[in-house]
Design a protein around this ligand. Sequence first.
Ligand SMILES: Cc1ncc(COP(=O)(O)O)c(C=O)c1O
Length: 403
Amino acid sequence: MTSFDPASLLVPRTQSADEGPIIRMAQKSRDLRAKGIDVVSMTVGEPDFDTPENIQDAATAAMKAGFTHYAPVLGVPELRAALSKKLKTENGLDYGVNEICLANGAKQAIANALLSIIDHGDEVIMLAPFWVSYEITVRFCGGTPVVLPASVDENYKVPARRIAEAITPKTKLLILNSPSNPTGAVWTRAELEEIATLVKAHPRMMVLSDEIYEYIMFGDRMVSIGSLAGMRERTITVNGFSKGFAMTGWRLGYAAAVEPIAKAMGRMQGTLSAGANQFVQRAAIAALEGPRDEVERMRLRYQQRRDMVLKGLRAIPGVKIGDIPATFYAFPDVSELLGKKAGNHVIDSTDTLCDWLLDEHAVAVVPGGAFGAPGSIRLSFACSEAEIEKALVRIRTALGSLV
Ligand SMILES: Cc1ncc(COP(=O)(O)O)c(C=O)c1O
């Protein structure tokens, strides 16, 4: 009998679908904790707050009322109507109920969108630093990521002029994430207008606008690029309940786009999963239409933490950081520290730096390579103030010891 190796059947996409560093650092933190080490983890992008009670109650009531069956593939009409209203009143976006497709998280909404419009040979412009999953999913669809980096001195926003230079006849999509994970950058109306002008000048180019951090902002409200003149047809707006409503584990997100695209996204949703969880969708109506004081309370806590983190990081020599107008992430540039030594150990990359911080100083942060910015590290401050305080002391001590 010939020997059979099941692993030899695996296709290359299983290799590229790897969120690597975040999961690796989070897992390593858990392993060290299991050994009794007091690790502070600033790795995962997940609110430390529980879902507001009115939303939990609405889910329980919906379950008891029998909403435990398959939902329509695009989502329950009542939620799509509530979302259509939300998009209009809060974002100036005009999408009807048939132009909204619910999904099991914004992550799946993004996958549905990319699977619908990206094929082999299509180029997708990605503004680095970017959320890890975009690049993986674009490759999954056979698309070619065209990565344009921006520095901390540019507030991590690629100027329109550089975007213009990267556009080719093969460009099909630009992925925009304002407010941004991992940098917290927010694009102004003027900056979005410039991007919109470039997109509209192209015969077949769209924008995927991921707005999932819209409720975690500390300054002016954000502008949705799909609300700008001529951009309704050119934009797929993605959003979800995970971050602002602290509903990560519920898995509910959505995408809004003109009907042919919404329909195609529905076909992807229906094929890969089915309609998103029915009682979760009912609870989401309560999230949208109920009181928002918990959302506001969480936002204010993130703001206090943002201030703590900024103050702490700015006091560390070799760490460069601008403002953080939104999100619960800090993304300092630490490239000045690379090449320094901890004893005999050369810190030659942010991967090495993050491993060393965790192994020797019991603080877990994520290296920037996976976000398309290898000179930076990401700290998530969706953790308690006490943990942040502890982490900052450890980071300051650690980085201060490098020579
Ligand atoms: C920018 C961005 N988009 C989308 C998601 C996915 O959110 P969801 O939990 O709704 O899938 C995340 C989660 O970290 C994110 O940071």
